[in-house]
Every structure is written in structure tokens, then in C-alpha cells.
Design a protein around this ligand. Structure first.
Ligand SMILES: NC(=O)c1ccc[n+]([C@@H]2O[C@H](COP(=O)([O-])OP(=O)(O)OC[C@H]3O[C@@H](n4cnc5c(N)ncnc54)[C@H](OP(=O)(O)O)[C@@H]3O)[C@@H](O)[C@H]2O)c1
Length: 299
């Protein structure tokens, strides 16, 4: 099988390269920006003709979409561009998948929910995004469902990895520069290791899981606040800075973030027969790799 990975130089895409290294399938990695040392086909997913040409020439059977507009703050002022990437471009991928009879594997977000629940969100719970990013991600999901293509949508949350822009790297930096770092304790979720998610996705592709059309939730096991998450990051990293709890209102922002974004993972675990590691175990693994002498950050 030939699998086209889009956004292959982002957090998840980078982990997919590693996860797919031993696969018997052929993965084609694409992105809009090259990264030295990484073989990357140029593909801008907002250009449907380009998607069509590459899907045709590479005989693509499945598209794994890791591309997206992921800057939640900037999306508020840049909603049109966020929509182009998270919605219109996703419709492009879905249309090409439909034309070819290929499967689209798409990543979505906990931000499609409004965060007013007090129990973990199930896949079919009411969607009510409260910010521009969430609205564009939800529009992208709808485009996939309306396209008539074969699809799997995985909603994830609070993703981090050894590279890219993420909470783990930000807290490590701030807690080594400052004596104290304020972190909100009134937003609850589940941190997700991009490495674990990438391994799972390759398992789905290689293990015949592409036939299991549907919407699924995948995040790390366990629940915490950003404050708890930061405390664990600092403890595992040996940073000097103290983590101080604060409320969301203390950080003025245009973004209305869901206060509770825990995802119910029962369906993904049952359907694919998996166990998901606890977020603390995955975090320990990530920090160990960050602190390894050979660790490098190429993006
Ligand atoms: N990160 C999270 O916490 C989180 C949570 C829930 C869901 N998700 C979803 O998971 C997916 C992957 O997230 P991530 O954190 O790995 O994202 P990421 O690190 O921001 O990577 C996205 C990649 O897409 C590329 N890209 C941008 N515009 C493109 C275009 N027009 N055509 C092709 N590629 C383009 C980006 O390139 P440039 O960097 O050069 O622009 C980047 O390499 C996204 O769909 C995201 O919405 C993420």
C-alpha cells in the first residue's frame, strides 16, 4: 500500500516518519517546508490539483493528514487562513480520496467541544466549538463526512513531542529561565504523546485497520490540569523554576478554551484492541529522549 503523509515535518508527521520506518508499506512524506536531512515531497494541500497529481503519480491508497493550522491564538485573527488549512484543504484531500477510492485518515481536536461537560466526551457528543481554531477543525470534520470518501477521523488533544512548538518544551524553557512560572489549574485534559499516537496510526494502517471507518478519540490515558502537567514536566526535567497555579482569567486571551476537554477513549481501545499508556509514562519517555546526549531539534 502507498500512503501519502501530509504535514510530515510537524510534530505528529515527524513521529510518523520514525514509526513507519520498519513498515512493509510505502510512505510518501510531504509538507510545504523542507527540513534539512528529511526527504520531503513538496505538497501544499490547499492546492487540489497538486494533491491530485501526487496521489495519481504515487499511486496513493491512503492519505494520512498531519497538516493543519495549529496556532490556536493566531487563528482568532487569522480565521480565514485557519479555515483554508483546517477545512478547505481537508475537503480537497477528501475529494481526491473519494475520486481514487483511497482512505483519508484525518486528525481533529478536542476543541470541537465546548468544555462544559464534567464527564469525558464521547465521539457523538454535541459539537460546539468556542474558538476559531475549534470551529475550523469541526468544519474540516464535516467536510470529510460530507465528501463520501472512506475515512477515519482521530480527535486528539494536548499533543507534545521532543520537537516543534508544544507545552512540554515551553515549560522546560520557561522553568529554566525564570524563578517561577504561572500555569492554569482550571483547564483539564489528557496530554498526548505524538510518538504514541504515531505508532498507533502506523499500527492501524499496517494492521488492516483502515477498513474501520469512523470517528474516534485518542489521547494519553489519565487526566490532569495544565498545572499538574507542568509540575510533572519540571520534576522530570530537574528545572529550577517553581510552577505556581493560577486561573485562566489571569491570562487575558481572545481564545475561549474549553475548561474540560477529556476524551472518552473506550471506542478506539475496543475497536483496535489497544491499550494507551498513561500520560505520565509517555512524558517520562519523551523527557528522557530530550535529555539524551544525542537529542537534536531539527525543527
Ligand atoms: N498539537 C496539538 O496539541 C493538537 C491537539 C489536537 C489536535 N491536533 C491536530 O493534530 C494534527 C497534527 O498536529 P501537529 O501538532 O503535529 O501540527 P504541527 O506541528 O503544527 O504540524 C503541521 C504541519 O503542517 C504543515 N503545513 C502548514 N500548511 C500546510 C499546507 N498548506 N500544506 C501542507 N502542509 C502544511 C506545517 O508546516 P509549517 O510548520 O511550515 O507551517 C507543519 O509541518 C493537526 O490536524 C492538529 O489540528 C493537534
Amino acid at each position: 500500500m502507498n500512503i501519502l503523509v501530509t504535514g510530515a515535518n510537524g510534530q505528529l508527521g515527524t513521529e510518523l516518519r520514525a514509526a513507519a520506518a520498519g513498515s512493509g508499506n510505502h510512505y510518501v512524506f510531504s509538507d510545504v517546508n523542507a527540513v534539512p536531512g528529511r526527504e520531503t515531497l513538496y505538497l501544499d494541500i490547499t492546492n487540489i490539483d497538486a494533491v491530485r497529481i501526487i496521489a495519481e503519480s504515487e499511486h496513493i491508497d491512503a492519505i494520512l493528514n498531519c497538516a493543519g493550522y495549529t496556532d490556536v491564538e493566531k487563528a482568532e485573527d487569522d480565521a480565514a487562513f485557519a479555515d483554508l488549512l483546517n477545512h478547505v484543504a481537508v475537503a480537497n484531500l477528501a475529494a481526491v480520496a473519494k475520486e481514487r477510492g483511497a482512505v483519508l485518515v484525518h486528525l481533529s481536536s478536542d476543541y470541537v467541544f465546548d468544555g462544559r461537560s464534567s464527564v469525558p466526551y464521547r465521539e457523538d457528543d454535541v459539537k460546539n466549538p468556542t474558538c476559531a481554531y475549534g470551529a475550523t477543525k469541526y468544519a474540516g470534520e464535516c467536510a470529510v463526512l460530507e465528501s463520501g470518501c472512506r475515512y477515519l477521523i482521530f480527535r486528539t488533544a494536548w499533543m507534545y513531542s521532543t520537537h516543534g512548538r508544544n507545552f512540554v518544551r515551553t515549560i522546560r524553557r520557561l522553568a529554566s529561565e525564570r524563578e517561577q512560572v504561572k500555569v492554569v489549574f482550571d483547564q483539564t485534559g489528557s496530554p498526548t504523546s505524538a510518538r504514541e499516537l504515531a505508532r498507533f496510526l502506523v499500527g492501524v494502517v499496517d494492521g488492516g485497520g483502515l477498513a474501520k471507518t469512523g470517528v474516534y478519540h485518542y489521547s494519553g490515558e489519565g487526566v490532569c490540569s495544565w498545572y499538574d502537567f507542568a509540575l510533572e514536566i519540571v520534576a522530570l526535567s530537574g528545572c529550577r523554576g517553581r510552577i505556581v497555579p493560577c486561573r485562566t482569567v489571569e491570562f487575558p486571551s481572545k481564545v475561549h478554551r474549553p475548561a474540560y476537554s477529556v476524551l472518552d477513549k473506550s471506542l478506539v481501545k475496543k475497536t483496535f484492541g489497544i491499550e494507551i499508556p498513561h500520560w505520565k509514562d509517555s512524558l517520562r519517555d519523551c523527557i528522557r529522549r530530550m535529555d539524551a546526549p544525542s537529542a537534536s531539534d531539527s525543527k
